[in-house]
Design a protein around this ligand. Structure first.
Ligand SMILES: C[S@@+](CC[C@H](N)C(=O)[O-])C[C@H]1O[C@@H](n2cnc3c(N)ncnc32)[C@H](O)[C@@H]1O
Length: 276
């Protein structure tokens, strides 16, 4: 059995990447990377916990579920199999919204909030905004509520199938809905398929069903001069842009690329003609 953190790390390197090994040690001990390095020669009293985590990740479980948390936009989110693990691409959606919008009060709706990653982050970055987090999954909403509490922010929570239980209109509507088509199952990572909630991943109609449901009613819920933002799959830009343009013919609709130069976001600006 390894005696020190250094030896335990060497043992684990034969199973996992250095990044995952370090992440497990740092999370289990609440250490920064430099604290990990400082402790490497110390005797390790808790090898069994570390070993269990390493072997679970080795067996295919996402490291964030094993650790019970994920990092998103510099904050810690509790995650488990009730919610999607927040992705780096979604941080770009946050950047886009923050760069576009004033810091003054905005009424915001996050559709399909999952872990609450988007809603909690926007509220943390823009405390004046009033943010409603909604999801069709009561189990996901429970995780989002926990993450709001853990990050000391107050949100409104509504269980809703898209707009079904939504009554207000919003200055900003954001959604990272499920957008994977059933036909894409073959090219997906096995650990995503095995562990992440399929309700958060897959949508009917080639992955477009939730965008279609949103587009059907967007005109009733997006305030004049409001903006809607959607994360999309990399081949969905033209189709989602067309759906939104049909829904709001006067709106300016942009397809926006991510840092990897893939179509990744749609922005809908519900601009209103100035009255003469
Ligand atoms: C891709 S996950 C996004 C989670 C989180 N917003 C994020 O960006 O990490 C999609 C979320 O949409 C929810 N969802 C699926 N169908 C829905 C529907 N018809 N109405 C509302 N939410 C839905 C799922 O439960 C899941 O939490």
């Amino acid at each position: 059995m390894p005696n020190t953190y250094f030896e335990a790390r060497q043992w684990a390197f034969s199973y996992l990447s250095e990044a995952d090994v370090n992440l497990i040690l740092m999370t289990q001990h609440k250490w920064s990377y430099s604290q990990l390095i400082l402790h490497l020669r110390d005797t390790m009293p808790d090898f069994e916990d570390f070993k269990t985590a390493v072997l679970r990740v080795r067996a295919g479980e996402p490291v964030q579920y094993v650790l019970g948390e994920a990092q998103f936009f510099g904050r810690t989110f509790m995650v488990d199999e009730r919610v999607l693990i927040p992705r780096l691409e979604t941080e770009e959606l946050i950047e886009l919204i923050l760069n576009d919008s004033p810091i003054t009060i905005q009424n915001v709706l996050d559709i399909g909030t999952g872990s609450g990653a988007i809603a909690v982050t926007l509220k943390s970055e823009r405390p004046a905004w009033e943010i409603t987090a909604s999801d069709i999954s009561a189990a996901a909403l429970a995780v989002a509520q926990q993450n709001a509490a853990n990050n000391d922010v107050k949100l409104e929570f509504i269980a809703s199938d898209v707009f079904t239980n939504i009554t207000e209109s919003y200055d900003i509507i954001v959604s990272n809905p499920p957008y994977i088509a059933a036909s894409e199952t073959d090219i997906m990572d096995q650990n995503v398929l095995d562990y992440e909630p399929h309700l958060a991943l897959f949508a009917d109609n080639d992955g477009l069903a939730i965008y279609q449901a949103i587009a059907r009613q967007l005109a009733s819920y997006l305030a004049p001069n409001g903006r809607a933002y959607f994360e999309i799959g990399l081949h969905q830009g033209p189709a989602v842009a067309e759906l939104m343009q049909q829904s709001l013919p006067q709106a300016q609709v942009d397809i926006i690329k991510d840092l990897s130069n893939h179509d990744r976001m749609i922005r809908v600006f519900n601009k209103q003609e100035k009255e003469l």
